[in-house]
Design a protein around this ligand. Structure first.
Ligand SMILES: [Mg+2]
Length: 318
């Protein structure tokens, strides 16, 4: 197998088509840090991590410094298929910093796939199904704006995920109005982004379930697993952990606390595809469902729906 002999860094800034407002605040732009890894024969693999600082607490500057000064020098000379070794070496050089590690992890999988001539999903064990339903997140706004956006995306076949978590009675009115507008068949979820305290959550959520919710995402704080468990006890809809679910250890603690029915494993949160598979394996054996979420990453052929790329990405070889 080819060895990794060079690395490059880049950055990309994407702009939301309109500000995306969630319980923790509005977001107008999102920044990605890009890693390129080159093997001896000149093949290049690309990895990306999204900082989403208000959500993750990690900054672009911190992620870039961790990569440039600690992680990328440490993995030179390793083989991109030796992903356990890559993580072992990264963890020995620098604790945590999972977003930075995710960029390296994803670049290793991409490089390994290119060298072996197979798509990454085959490296991960192949596919189970051909289609996955996507959800559209409706940010906080006026009820008319939120209803119009939900109707638009539900008509295209998307599941609708409505942001809640700031003002409970207004959240209730928004969710009931959206259910009425999109009809009974459309899939409707809510996401509080850790915005409620437990007392608010246990009083408002059972009323919100009148809207026939497929799931309720992160009603209370990231570290409040007993509070998540209390919500679970009073709601018939499944409770999904997002902010509470970053690392494999989080999955274990969620299982121990009975804090959720589903975990949202966004690939960069625990440090890339390798630890995300550990999250999924723990969830599976523990009886939780695992959902794959995403940050506002740039798709291979350009930014995703609802965001625009500000400028072309330029790579700086180290
Ligand atoms: Mg969420």
């Amino acid at each position: 197998m080819q060895k990794i002999v060079a690395a490059a860094l880049g950055r990309a800034e994407i702009e939301y088509v309109r500000p995306f407002v969630i319980a923790s605040g509005p977001m107008r732009t999102a920044t990605s840090v890009i890693v390129a890894l080159r093997s001896e024969d000149g093949t290049v693999g690309i990895g990306e991590t999204t900082c989403m600082t208000a959500y993750t607490g990690q900054t672009e500057e911190g992620v870039t410094a961790a990569l440039e000064h600690w992680l990328l020098p440490a993995i030179m000379g390793l083989e991109p298929t030796a992903i356990q070794q890559v993580h072992y070496i990264m963890d020995r050089h620098l604790r945590e910093n999972d977003l930075a590690k995710a960029a390296v992890d994803i670049a290793c999988y991409d490089l390994a796939g290119r060298l072996l001539g197979v798509p990454v999903y085959e490296l991960l064990g192949g596919k189970v199904r051909d289609e996955v339903r996507l959800a559209w997140a409706v940010g906080l706004g006026t009820v008319d704006e939120m209803v119009a956006e939900a109707v638009d995306w539900a008509s295209r076949g998307f599941a609708i995920k409505v942001k809640i978590g700031i003002e409970p009675e207004q959240d209730l009115r928004n969710v009931l109005a959206i259910r009425k507008a999109i009809g009974d068949e459309a899939i409707l979820r809510v996401d509080a982004n850790a915005g409620y305290d437990v007392a608010t959550a246990v009083s408002i959520l059972p009323r919100m379930e009148e809207a026939n919710l497929q799931l309720i995402e992160q009603p209370v704080g990231r570290y409040d697993l007993p509070g998540m468990a209390r919500c679970r006890a009073v709601c018939r809809s499944p409770i999904l952990a997002d902010e509470s679910q970053h690392t494999p250890l989080d999955t274990l603690n969620i299982l121990r606390a009975g804090a959720a029915d589903i975990v949202n494993t966004k690939i960069v949160k625990p440090g890339g595809l390798y630890p995300s598979r550990q999250v999924a394996a723990l969830a599976e054996v523990g009886g939780l469902k695992a959902m794959v979420g995403s940050m506002p990453e740039i798709a291979p052929d350009g930014p995703g729906l609802g965001v625009e790329l500000r400028e072309t990405v330029e790579l700086r070889w180290l």
